[in-house]
Design a protein around this ligand. Structure first.
Ligand code: NAD
Length: 351
């Protein structure tokens, strides 16, 4: 056994179909009296139902969450929270909504209760993100880690099939990079392997039948585990590339993760034998990178970065940004290596 350090993050998780009904209890359990319910405009109806369920514990609904938390949207939400006298936030939705809750908590420090409806995993991390003048900044702060998370698979039944697949791959990407993270540990590797297994088994069933309750439950269970590995470790090349592609070229978050993951894993594989062994067990495949690529295509995910809006002219900028600051990665990050990786992902070449 290699040496390791492991710092457990406090996590209170309630998991199960219908578990949303425990929300008022969770709010009271945290000693909160007036929580502001957050959502995107698209999920406002759900947020209103949640607010109604909370009754006098609700300080109202703020349904203005946006992708990547623009700083103006954070300012607005903080004003609304202050005016409503909120002493906590309930984030109902995906990573964008949880991100808005984190932006408020970063300023005011009050607890967040997250009710995730995608597989992005933000609810398990102390990582915040804010976008100002076209640049997305992220940081870690324990006060943005949700105090309580309610995973209710029934809320994911409405997640469109395409988003379910790409969001699932977004989760698997956390697990893959946690398996070779510089600060990984045996317990995180167990979670990463199990989370990957749960998702790759559940996603094909969800594509066939998005209403399959068991597959939805398994996928959300996998997303929890993968999110926890993201919160506990430092990510490497894959996340660095996706951050650049999303932040600088505005490529869609989950789809970009889905396309890049097999190429990033193939780049690192020979330098991360234990991670590959764990992924071989999870996938049952000899070459996990090729397996993930084929699975994403079989499940109808986008197949190239070109399809997502990247062009040949952008490649050098990605190479420059991805190699500008050093970071831990199993295989040395070279301009030549990244150019080959990004070009292959741009064209959707075989992995
Ligand atoms: P999202 O939150 O942007 O959601 C996309 C759209 O899908 C929204 O309109 C949303 O309302 C809708 N939606 C969500 N759940 C739905 C459901 N069950 N049914 C129908 N529609 C639903 O997407 P995301 O991929 O969850 O989050 C992406 C964002 O989260 C990015 O900004 C990313 O950087 C961030 N993120 C942060 C962390 C972190 O640790 N800080 C981790 C992962 C992702």
């Amino acid at each position: 056994m290699k040496d390791f350090q492991y710092q457990a993050l406090p996590m209170r998780v309630t998991f199960g179909a219908g578990s949303l009904k425990s929300l008022p209890e969770e709010v009271r359990g945290l000693g909160l009296k007036r929580v502001l319910v957050l959502s995107t405009p698209f999920q406002e109806d759900l947020a209103r139902q949640v607010s109604d369920q909370l009754g006098e514990l609700s300080a109202g609904v703020h349904a203005e969450a946006e992708m990547h938390v623009p700083i103006e949207s954070a300012h607005r939400a903080r004003e609304v929270a202050k005016a409503a006298g909120a002493d906590g936030y309930v984030a109902v939705g995906g990573g964008s909504t949880t991100g808005l809750g984190k932006a408020i908590a970063l300023e005011f420090g009050a607890p967040i209760i997250a009710v995730p409806t995608t597989y992005a995993g933000s609810e398990m991390t102390p990582i915040w993100g804010l976008t100002a003048e076209g640049e997305k900044k992220t940081g870690r702060d324990p006060k943005v880690l949700p105090s309580s998370v309610i995973y209710d698979p029934e809320l994911t039944l409405s997640l469109p099939v395409g988003m379910s697949v790409t969001s699932g791959f977004n989760a698997i990407a956390h697990a893959v990079e946690a398996l070779y993270a510089p600060d990984g540990s045996p317990i995180i590797s167990l979670m990463a392997e199990e989370g990957t297994r749960a998702l790759i088994n559940a996603l094909p069933t969800i594509v066939k039948d998005p209403a399959d309750a068991e597959a939805r439950s398994d996928a959300l269970y996998g997303a929890w585990l993968c999110g926890a590995t993201l919160g506990a470790t430092t990510m490497s090349l894959h996340h660095k590339l996706c951050h650049t592609l999303g932040g600088t070229f505005n490529l869609p978050h989950a789809e970009t993760h889905t396309v890049v993951l097999p190429y990033a894993l193939a780049y690192n594989a020979a330098h991360a034998p234990e991670a590959v062994a764990a992924l071989q067990r999870a996938t049952g495949a000899q070459d996990p990178a090729a397996y993930l690529r084929q699975l994403s295509l079989d499940l109808g995910a986008p197949s190239s970065l070109r399809e997502l809006g990247l062009t040949d002219a952008d490649v050098e900028t990605v190479v420059e940004l991805a190699t500008r600051n050093p970071y831990a990665n199993p295989r040395p990050v070279t301009a030549e290596g990244i150019r080959a990786l990004v070009t292959a992902a741009l064209n959707g070449d075989p992995v």
